[in-house]
Design a protein around this ligand. Structure first.
Ligand SMILES: CC(C)(COP(=O)(O)OP(=O)(O)OC[C@H]1O[C@@H](n2cnc3c(N)ncnc32)[C@H](O)[C@@H]1OP(=O)(O)O)[C@@H](O)C(=O)NCCC(=O)NCCS
Length: 219
């Protein structure tokens, strides 16, 4: 079944688009006017939308809503926005896109529940990994065996989740961060790029560095 709507038109949406193109899906749409250079490479069958759907129009209504006939994926890096869109928009199917160059092990299919997820090129998803709704595993990231990634969490390029790691709802793991085995990252936490996380991170906190520590706000 083809993906008919990609919600978003930033860098992540372009990656998702490339993955879909490689899978020869047809009839892809973007919901925001794309940059000119992107427009040049997109097929003519693609329709463009001037606003993302949760941007309220003057009358308070979203400018576009995927219909019941659409299969959609939210390709927006901000985890709160992803959650907002997936919770507000009725669609027939939130589609999952796995890049054909991603490696995905599924020794326990029962546990693998993936709805509206994106797994980018060269990413590796190990055995017995659980993916919640709208999870993004970006290019080159590694999610080893027995990890649990709750809804809307986001693993940036080249990040490395060792075995048995838990990533809470909406949490964001920065590029090239490493999370050591069995560490739990609380909901809506942020892990800075390049951090090495050796201990559990409480919900909502931002941790950076090696070993990672709480980032203290300057104000
Ligand atoms: C951690 C992060 C969210 C903090 O962002 P921020 O709140 O805007 O923080 P600032 O840039 O104001 O930096 C605050 C301080 O933390 C330091 N800092 C920021 N990010 C850091 C990181 N990843 N590792 C170590 N220190 C970091 C800054 O040097 C600065 O230190 P200073 O006060 O001594 O000058 C961000 O820097 C980050 O790492 N984001 C991940 C980005 C990423 O991986 N994107 C992937 C895109 S594909």
């Amino acid at each position: 079944m083809p993906v008919s709507v990609i919600i978003g038109c930033g860098g992540l949406a372009r990656e998702v688009y490339e993955s879909i193109e490689a899978m020869t899906y047809a009839s892809t749409e973007f919901l925001r006017e794309p940059p000119e250079e992107l427009a040049a490479v997109l097929a003519s069958s693609i329709r463009f939308w001037s606003e993302i759907p949760t941007d309220a129009a003057p009358d308070g209504q979203p400018l576009y809503r995927p219909t019941q006939d659409d299969d959609a994926i939210v390709a927006i890096g901000d985890t709160r926005t992803r959650k907002r869109i997936m919770e507000t928009l009725p669609v027939a199917t939130w589609f999952c896109v796995y890049d054909q160059e991603a490696t995905r092990r599924e020794t326990d299919r029962e546990r693998m529940v993936a709805v509206g997820c994106y797994v980018g090129a060269s990413a590796v998803v190990g055995p017995n990994v659980y993916l919640g709704r709208g999870v993004v595993i970006d290019v080159g990231a590694t999610v080893a065996h027995d990890c649990v990634l709750f809804d809307y969490s986001h693993v940036c390029p080249q990040a490395n989740l060792c075995g048995g790691v838990e990533i809470g709802e909406g949490s964001f793991v920065g590029a090239s961060a490493v999370v050591l085995p069995k560490v739990k990252i609380g909901a809506w936490a942020t892990i800075g790029a390049g951090a090495v996380v050796t201990k559990n991170v409480p919900p909502g906190e931002t941790w950076v560095g090696n070993p990672a520590r709480l980032m203290v706000p300057r104000w």
